[in-house]
Design a protein around this ligand. Structure first.
Ligand code: CA
Length: 335
């Protein structure tokens, strides 16, 4: 039975390792889950691969029951910095990283209040305020409990660095007070991104490009293209006008949901000639901002704003061309 249980644990460990390989992430640390266990009784307790101990020794550090344990007291506590283990890692091109870990100050009642846990990068001999993390039995509001998924954000220069996990304190008294760590990982902090959603007001009116996920602080350019027979009106967000430019560029600092509004191009119609021979041009009065222009021959530069008086009645705007002689062209334009 005992053998069977051991066998099952081994199988489970293999499955977990396989899962970790498939779902590979960018953890820069190795064996920070302290799942490799060693004889806790020996004089020189081993650490998982890739971890090293102080002065080549692990001193009071060891892996027990799947986590890293330090005793905060003992004969070798000759200075205020006690013990640590460390591991080198490559931060690549550097940047912002997130350190995640669990810790546990066990048996706090027996621990001298200034003893505790400390994590540092590149230099162990820094003050508590300079460390990545520092917690003593005195400052711990909830001792003798695991504190899971603690996170620290840090900035690293490119290349190799060293992380130190250890204990702090000054006392050689009070055995049985222990500091535990587990699930220590260091990963690049994902860049902050926002979704920019861009849609046309109607699928037949036109198309839009440029929507997607953008890193915070980057520029997004949305382009609205009207279908034949339609024109671009503006970009709106929650019905509020955002831009009148079909090519709309902005700096992304939040999620945006923009609608490109398209409308049908205006069509002008003639009413039948009146009895006095005049012609009447008609177009929808809803076309705010459109201007009537005229040209004698369609040649470049010949288009000028028409001087015809324009009247609006209900849904219709009109211009009267009295007694037309010869030919002339008219159009509506939106400046
Ligand atoms: Ca563990």
């Amino acid at each position: 039975m005992n053998f069977h249980c051991q066998h099952m644990k081994t199988r489970l460990a293999l499955l977990l390792l396989t899962w970790g390989a498939i779902h590979a992430h960018a953890n820069l640390l190795t064996n920070g889950d302290f799942s490799q266990t060693y004889d806790p009784v020996g004089p020189a307790i081993s650490l998982p691969t890739n971890w090293s101990g102080m002065n080549g020794s692990t001193e009071n550090a060891g892996v027990f029951n799947g986590d890293l344990r330090f005793s905060t007291a003992g004969l070798h506590n000759a200075n205020t910095h006690k013990y640590y283990v460390f591991q080198s890692f490559d931060a690549g091109s550097g940047g912002t990283f997130t350190l995640t870990f669990d810790y546990y100050l066990e048996n706090a009642n027996a621990g001298t209040l200034i003893n505790g846990a400390k994590i540092a990068i590149d230099n162990w001999y820094v003050t508590a305020s300079q460390a990545l993390f520092s917690k003593t039995y005195m400052s711990e509001s909830s001792p003798s409990a695991w504190h899971l998924n603690q996170t620290v954000t840090l900035t690293l220069t490119p290349g190799v660095h060293v992380i130190y996990l250890g204990t702090i304190g000054a006392s050689q008294q009070n055995d049985q007070a222990l500091v535990h760590y587990d699930n220590v990982s260091l990963e690049p902090t994902p860049p902050l991104t926002f979704n920019v959603t861009a849609t046309p007001s109607s699928p037949i009116g036109g198309t839009v490009t440029g929507g997607g996920s953008y890193p915070s602080g980057s520029n997004a350019t949305l382009i609205a293209t009207a279908s034949p027979g339609y024109y671009f009106v503006n970009w709106t967000e929650a019905t509020v006008a955002a831009s009148a430019l079909a090519n709309y560029t902005f700096t992304v600092g939040s999620a945006r949901t923009l609608v490109a509004n398209f409308a049908e191009l205006p069509v002008m119609a003639f009413t039948p000639p009146a009895s006095d021979g005049s012609l009447v041009l008609n177009w929808p009065s809803s076309l705010a901002g459109w201007i009537l222009q005229e040209s004698a021959d369609l040649s470049p530069g010949s288009w000028v704003n028409s001087s015809l008086p324009i009247t609006t009645a209900g849904a219709q705007s009109s211009a009267v061309i009295a007694n037309p002689t010869g030919g002339k062209f008219f159009r509506l334009v939106k400046p």
